[in-house]
Design a binder for this molecule. Structure first.
Ligand SMILES: [Ca+2]
Ligand SMILES: [Ca+2]
Length: 623
């Protein structure tokens, strides 16, 4: 029997259904055909969905398994996408008590250019510029605040609140990076941080830093959202700039949907009462460590408002691994910087790294391992140490190298003092599988600014820049170093995260332009630019070998060389003018007759020469 329904009732019925279905969220939001990671665990988040039935009918796509969690509001679907599946919209039917919905899960065609147009990897050929989007430039004042977010503040006069900087502000300055000789950008996280203001040391603070994710699949709309991120990356790629994404696996923000409605309690490391990590790295490497110390370091929380993820839970691991793959494919990321590296479960870390290497063979990954020694740093990346557990991380952010430069430039020369520190750090490269994979730096967003570290001494500043751009590894500049931005983290790290002058409409000075910089700032900018551009076409500085000579009388001399080019770096770290004798270096200078000063362009006979106190020089040797 056929029944006809009057139109009025039909309209009511349809609108009732649309209204009655509780909001459904799906993570990942889509996938691709032809991925090596072709068993995707899709999280469906909807009120009271756990007892619903899911089904899929799509050629080449199979629903392998449906799993419940403790929360009634989740259904986890293990979906297999066969190599023959075509791009299109997979309809996932959800049927349950009072719940009939269809989810469109899109399978997109893969992005073209794996390994050369994206996922290119950031290597020692590159020069990275690290910036904080909130503090760099406000390209779109219309996105500074949103009434529907947990934190609606935005105030440039308050160092702890958001300042309105965004992705459009970065896109607007791609030419500036190019001019300076930058080849890769690393932005502190741009993922949604819909956190409320937090109370820290009697000040209310915004999560402008970006390290408290609330939904990985959304770029924060105060930075411009997913579209602005895509536009920025496409524009950067078009200009030959690579993109590094800042990843956090260790924790999320306490307003993250997975924390507010936990699939199960063990998604997060639980303690009988709140337990902070001790921030101690030693127990992770110590052969005599107690389980007690190890456990608190790894499973204690980073802060009260950053719940610690339990990556030993396979669902958590899948969520994090799939997000990493999703972000690279969706946005076209080239390199991966992993925050708070050693605080995560280390077997998980090897798994997520391996998933990225398998899918994107050229991709590069380096981890933030703020550790106490070279041994510990090396243990947490590929190394030559004979231990049972081995890390597959390519390289670390080399804080040990950085510390050696600070000590090397600030302390007086001695048997194991002053510039000997830098020499000695390189001696320990014997522990790394590939020290060229380490990211080297003079400062970053968590540290005193380098110009202040060297007491605003311009000669020392230049020496630091020379070390950064001529030693092994992947050099990273922190925004503002090129215009001598200074400050210590006193009273807080906001002091080293000031707005870039000229990044906001109406700023009294614009230091993106030479005319807005002081003569000294231009000298710093031009010095970096000169060396960065030399490095850009210098095979020996980019990928060559190193030969260093034991510093004598406060003079440090080292060479970078390959079959095409030999570069000699000479640093006089002492207080007196010195005569530099080349006799000691004959084994590497043999066959060369001239030397070209890369700053002045002057070519002179390769012979003994005088160097001023605190002078640094870079020469290309010529036959
Ligand atoms: Ca803005
Ligand atoms: Ca942890």
């Amino acid at each position: 029997m056929k029944k006809s329904i009057p139109l009025f009732y039909l309209v009511v019925l349809i609108s009732y259904c649309a209204f009655a279905q509780p909001k459904v969220e799906v993570y990942p939001s889509n996938w691709w055909v032809g991925m090596k990671w072709n068993k995707v665990q899709v999280i469906v988040h909807q009120k009271d969905i756990a007892n619903s039935h899911a089904s899929i009918s799509y050629p080449g796509v199979k629903l392998l398994k449906t799993s419940k969690q403790e929360s009634p509001n989740y259904l986890f679907l293990d979906i297999f996408i066969s190599p023959t599946a075509q791009a299109g919209k997979v309809k996932i039917k959800i049927e349950g008590k009072g719940n009939h919905s269809v989810i469109d899960f899109e399978l997109k065609p893969k992005r073209k250019g794996n390994g050369h147009a994206y996922a290119q990897g950031v290597t020692s050929k590159d020069l990275i510029y690290l910036l904080m989007p909130d503090r760099f430039s406000n390209g779109d004042p219309s996105n500074d605040r949103f009434a529907d977010m947990n934190d609606t503040s935005c105030d440039r006069n308050n160092p702890f609140l958001r300042h309105g900087g965004d992705l459009q502000g970065v896109t607007n300055h791609l030419g500036y990076f190019k001019e300076l000789g930058i080849t890769a950008l690393w932005l502190t996280p741009v993922i949604e941080n819909d956190q409320a203001l937090t109370d820290e040391g009697n000040t209310k603070r915004s999560a402008y830093h970006g390290y408290a994710f609330t939904d990985q699949y959304k770029i924060d709309k105060r930075f411009g959202g997913n579209e602005a991120y895509k536009e920025m990356i496409d524009a950067a790629h078009a200009q030959g700039l690579k993109i590094i994404q800042d990843a956090v696996y260790n924790h999320v923000g306490d307003k993250h949907f997975l924390f507010l409605d936990k699939p199960s309690k063990d998604w997060f490391n639980q303690w009988p009462k709140y337990t902070n990590t001790t921030y101690r790295d030693e127990p992770l490497v110590d052969p005599y460590a107690s389980k007690w110390d190890y456990n608190i370091s790894v499973n204690g929380w980073f802060t009260t408002f950053m719940p610690d993820l339990n990556q030993r839970n396979p669902y958590v691991a899948n969520f994090l691994i799939q997000y990493a793959l999703w972000a690279v494919e969706e946005f076209g990321i080239d390199g991966w910087r992993v925050d708070t590296y050693f605080y995560s479960d280390r077997d998980f870390l090897n798994r997520v790294n391996q998933a990225l290497y398998t899918e994107y063979p050229q991709i590069s990954i380096f981890g933030e391992n703020t550790m106490q020694s070279v041994t510990e740093q090396a243990y947490y990346c590929k190394n030559n140490i004979n231990t049972a557990w081995k890390s597959n991380l390519q390289g670390v952010i080399d804080f040990q190298w950085e510390g050696s430069v600070h000590d090397g430039l600030n302390a007086n020369f001695g048997w194991s003092n002053g510039i000997m520190h830098v020499y000695n750090i390189l001696v320990q490269d014997i522990l790394y599988k590939d020290p060229m994979r380490n990211e080297i730096l003079l400062d970053n967003h968590d540290q005193d600014r380098f110009f202040s570290v060297v007491g605003e001494d311009f000669d020392k500043f230049k020496m630091g820049i020379v070390l950064l751009l001529t030693q092994r590894g992947i050099p990273q500049l922190y925004y503002g170093t090129e215009i001598l931005m200074k400050n210590f983290k006193n009273p807080s790290d906001a002091e080293v995260r000031k707005d870039f002058p000229g990044g906001w409409k109406g700023d009294s000075v614009n230091k993106f332009d030479a005319s807005g910089r002081t003569p000294k700032e231009n000298e710093a900018f031009d010095f970096i630019k000169k060396l960065a551009w030399f490095r850009k076409q210098s095979s020996s500085l980019q990928t060559g070998k190193t030969m260093q000579f034991v510093p004598e009388d406060a003079i440090y001399v080292y060479f970078r060389y390959d079959e095409k080019q030999t570069v000699m770096v000479v640093l006089n770290t002492g207080d007196k003018e010195k005569n530099i004798s080349l006799k000691r270096f004959a084994e590497i200078t043999k066959g060369f007759s001239k030397m070209k000063d890369i700053f002045s362009g002057n070519i002179s006979t390769l012979s003994n020469f005088l160097m001023n106190a605190h002078e640094s020089a870079v020469f290309e040797l010529m036959r």
